[in-house]
Design a protein. Structure first.
Length: 268
């Protein structure tokens, strides 16, 4: 007989579909884990909201989700929400919370030129948290940042099966390259979980000599570590994707989510 805890899900939370890039590697490590994927479509895009608004919105919404789905662990699979609201969420909720931070440390270890690009949302790239990561892990190196809200929109469009506007990709890369020293960038940190969904397009624009990195694999390993030894179902149950209701932005077709183990869509 399975432990009752085996059915407790891992809750992934993002403003939209970017957190699927974290869910994917987590499923590879924990293939039978029950999953609830929550997307705050009513609040998308987070990158253009104030810090104060997100510091209030994210803990309140996660509190509702935790009460409803009773997860064993919650993952804020969103750089913007993590850099602004992670501390507030941990103070408000009594369960393990895993956040998402820009992969500046591995980028600093990888760069040969000493010039790193950080591509994120407008809200993420302005955070003091990014300053701190740069000082702690990239001292003596140049860290250039650019906020690109268009990439979030492009990633959402791609998962709906729509074409991605090439000019959005070009502007994002130019936003880094056109800064002083930008021509020497050899590593770009994708500091938004949406952006790996556009990795092929970004790689083509940046050039094959530039490494694109993100933190998804490290987050998946952290989730596996925190749940080590816990009970899981014998077979993977269909995951649930839940979207906050937005009349202007309906949830995607289920077919776009089934590769990630999602079998049902709900709205709240």
């Amino acid at each position: 007989m399975q432990s009752p805890l085996a059915s407790a899900p891992i809750l992934f939370f993002d403003s939209g579909l970017g957190g699927l890039t974290v869910l994917g590697p987590t499923r590879a490590l924990l293939p039978t884990a029950p999953i609830v994927y929550a997307a705050d479509y009513a609040g998308l895009p987070y990158g253009r909201k104030s810090d104060e608004e997100l510091a209030a919105r994210v803990p309140a919404l996660l509190g509702r989700l935790v009460e409803r789905y009773q997860p064993r662990l919650a993952v804020i699979a969103c750089n913007t929400a993590s850099t602004i609201a992670l501390g507030h969420v941990r103070a408000a909720l009594d369960l393990p919370i895993v956040g998402t931070v820009p992969a500046i440390k591995p980028a600093a270890e990888m760069t040969k030129t000493g010039v790193i690009g950080v591509l994120g949302t407008e809200a993420t790239v302005r955070q003091p948290y990014v300053d701190d990561l740069s000082v702690r892990f990239a001292g003596g190196k140049t860290v250039l940042r650019h906020g690109s809200p268009g990439l979030v929109t492009g990633a959402e469009a791609k998962l709906r099966g729509d074409a991605v506007d090439p000019s959005v990709i070009a502007r994002a890369i130019a936003g880094l390259r056109d800064q002083p020293g930008g021509d020497a960038i050899d590593v770009i940190v994708l500091a938004c979980t949406h952006f790996p969904l556009l990795k092929d397009e970004l790689q083509a624009a940046a050039g094959l000599d530039v490494n694109l990195i993100d933190g998804a694999a490290g987050i998946a390993k952290r989730i596996a570590y925190l749940t080590d030894g816990q009970a899981w179902p014998d077979t993977p149950p269909p995951g649930v994707a839940v979207f906050t209701r937005c009349d202007d932005r309906p949830p995607p077709l289920l077919a776009a989510l089934t590769p990630y183990g999602i079998g049902a869509i709900e709205t709240i």
